[in-house]
Design a protein around this ligand. Structure first.
Ligand code: ZN
Ligand code: ZN
Ligand code: ZN
Length: 305
């Protein structure tokens, strides 16, 4: 069982999931637990000879019922690949899987916030290379979600709606757009190539999206990720964070669907490591201006196709 402790000095929860220390760490190609189980072969996490998208409970959960949830979402049965290289149909189907899990987990009494994310690359601490993401159902409202709701209050309206409009009018930091989504490097990005890809319309979550918006969301996300890979001509490590409205408590329903990307690279081989100022003072110091990052990313997205 994991344990939650409240850190009084920072005013935040810390989860202890001790059993995670034993989790599978970068297995060799032949022992990938997210591969399909071959007839006569060793069993994997997925007892099927082939599959499209699979969701299952994380065997090493940070949160579990009756105090939250932790799930694994496997994007494909093909080991080699990435989110950006999924077929367009598969990427679109993934949006529906996310939507379904948001609805299911969000309806649970012990889940206050459904968080869909992907960690990519060993730089981010990924332990399995097979294309997959995760979903946490937090039994409380986590601090980043609370900060964004505070921004709504401070600005007197939906903060992502206001950001979308400000960035659209300015234009210098936009890296991608289609009819349903707009992606920009934030005016005050913390990571060198951070991007926020937002639904243009005010939708609190995937549940309020039209089918065409879900499709265009997948198109935008794939274009961005392929652009990231083209930027330094190498697979770009990143954290992909899907931000949606909280599902429980007083904050339920308040939010605006957007997806944030935090790539830790500042060039092809150098990491931006959160160090003294970032960790000890909470102030990011970046050596790439968001306007310059956006220019490079715009070109990379075109190259990435
Ligand atoms: Zn695999
Ligand atoms: Zn909004
Ligand atoms: Zn956000």
């Amino acid at each position: 069982m994991s344990e939650l402790r409240f850190n009084e000095l920072r005013g935040e929860q810390v989860a202890y999931a001790i059993q995670r220390q034993d989790r599978t760490f970068l297995p060799d190609r032949a022992h990938c637990p997210l591969d399909p189980t071959q007839p006569g072969g060793p069993p994997t996490e997925i007892p099927l000879p082939e599959f499209e998208i699979v969701v299952f409970d994380n065997r090493f959960p940070a949160f579990e019922s009756p105090a939250g949830a932790a799930e694994v979402v496997v994007y494909t049965d093909e080991h080699d690949g990435s989110f950006g290289l999924l077929s367009p149909g598969r990427a679109e189907a993934l949006m529906w899987v996310w939507r379904h899990r948001y609805m299911e987990l969000g309806s649970r009494e012990d889940v206050q916030y459904v968080y869909i994310f992907e960690n990519r690359g060993i730089e981010i601490g990924v332990t399995l290379h097979h294309p997959h993401g995760q979903i946490y159902g937090y039994p409380f409202l986590p601090p980043v979600a609370a900060l964004e709701l505070d921004a709504d209050t401070r600005l007197g309206g939906c903060a992502p709606c206001l950001m979308l409009e400000t960035e659209r009018v300015d234009g210098r930091r936009i890296v991608y757009e289609n009819e349903a989504v707009q992606a920009h490097v934030p005016y005050a990005a913390r990571w060198p190539y951070e991007v926020h890809l937002s639904l243009r319309r005010h939708c609190p979550s995937l549940l309020e999206c039209e089918p065409e918006e879900l499709r265009l969301l997948s198109v935008g996300l794939q274009a961005l990720v392929r652009g990231y890979d083209a930027l330094f001509e190498r697979p770009m490590p990143y954290v992909m964070a899907v931000h949606q409205a909280p599902t429980g408590g007083r904050a339920a329903g308040h939010g605006h669907l957007h997806v944030e990307f935090y790539p830790p690279l500042r060039d092809a081989s150098r990491l931006k490591y959160p160090a003294g100022s970032e960790q000890g003072a909470g102030t990011f110091i970046s050596d790439v201006l968001p306007e310059d990052a956006a220019g490079a990313l715009r070109e990379a997205i075109v190259r990435g196709g």
